[in-house]
Design a protein around this ligand. Sequence first.
Ligand code: PMP
Length: 428
Amino acid sequence: MTSNHDLFVRACARLPGGVNSPVRAFRAVGGEPFFTRRADGPYLWDVEGNRYIDYVGSWGPMIVGHNHPHVREAVERAVKDGLSFGTPCEAEVTMAETIARLVPSVEMVRMVNSGTEATMSAIRLARGATGRSRIVKFEGCYHGHGDAFLVKAGSGALTLGTPTSPGVPAALADLTLTLPYNDFEAATRLLDEVGGDVAGLIVEPVAGNMNCIPPREGYLQHLRALCTQHGALLIFDEVMTGFRVALGGAQAHYGVTPDLTTFGKIIGGGMPVGAYGGRRDLMQQIAPAGPIYQAGTLSGNPVAMAAGLAMLELVQAPGFHDELARRTRLLCDGLQAWADGAGVPFTTTRVGAMFGLFFTAEKIETYAQATACDVPMFNRFFNAMLERGVFLAPSAFEAGFLSSAHTEDVIAATLDAAREAFAEAKAV
Ligand code: PMP
């Protein structure tokens, strides 16, 4: 039998760090990653046959659990007709219509192949449409690995302690201004100063790459008002939140309308997909309708569209998001109770089926607070949970995701593991 360790040794010889995406490598939490052979419902099985309850969900896409038959069968049907056409296909049109119906601010959409492509393209559109160069992002927010965004970024960039990557030219990084998330005053001041030069302000409406930090009440409305006042485009990066925190995403949940929105994860149903869209007058400026260039050989791929459409059908079931939110609350409340019982300083955040676990007693609202949490304690908790068959995101700076396959029984099993794990994490 192949072991996880043998595979990791082989992987490290040929893949930088042994992985194709940094945070998978378990560098932050110590140890070596496991290699998944199969996934079903709320579970992953590694090559050694160990089973894990999975709260990563392929980092967000698997909102109905792994290997859902409805999605798998849609993919199987699509594959029978060919893998890629290089011409338009009907599924792309249906996808665009579906997104526009579920997220009304998205009057037109362009499909791409990842969240990174979506955000890079949205920024180009913002710059092209406004004739301005600067963009504003938030410290600890991650928008993929585009040059413009690797400035005070979150996720793997934060976990590895390299918020600004070598290889990003200073001249480009200079065009990216950063703000502290959830700080009203700082946003007002910055835009008062340079708002006339700002093409777009991009934000994760619920921050999910510095752990999970919901916006303060009125914060997204404040950003909306500032952007309108200064003629900058408001871009919601809903790669994580889209179709997850509510059917219409964070913009529906909080009632704020951005000019542009980026998507990924759930709209691909597990296939490599992203999308950006928004106001018709802006999207009409994208080639070939307009002069702002952006293209993709595999964009709107028929198999990926089939997976995404099947996933979007499932999340439209009545009460789907309410039930997910209820179960996420059960999980978070249960964890809190065991942490309190063990005398571990701990707090959680959650919006819909997205949650954050913080080893601190404080209510968390800022990036500075998130980074000040007890990271070694999180790492011990992560490993104690992993040993008991529960896979949390392998970093203190990632959000967790629940799926509809996480039944109350699965949550109860998770909480049983957590009871011991809190005690173990504390005992060091
Ligand atoms: N934006 C956000 C909010 C993300 O969370 C991510 C990835 N986790 C991205 C963009 C980049 O997406 P991808 O990894 O598909 O390029």
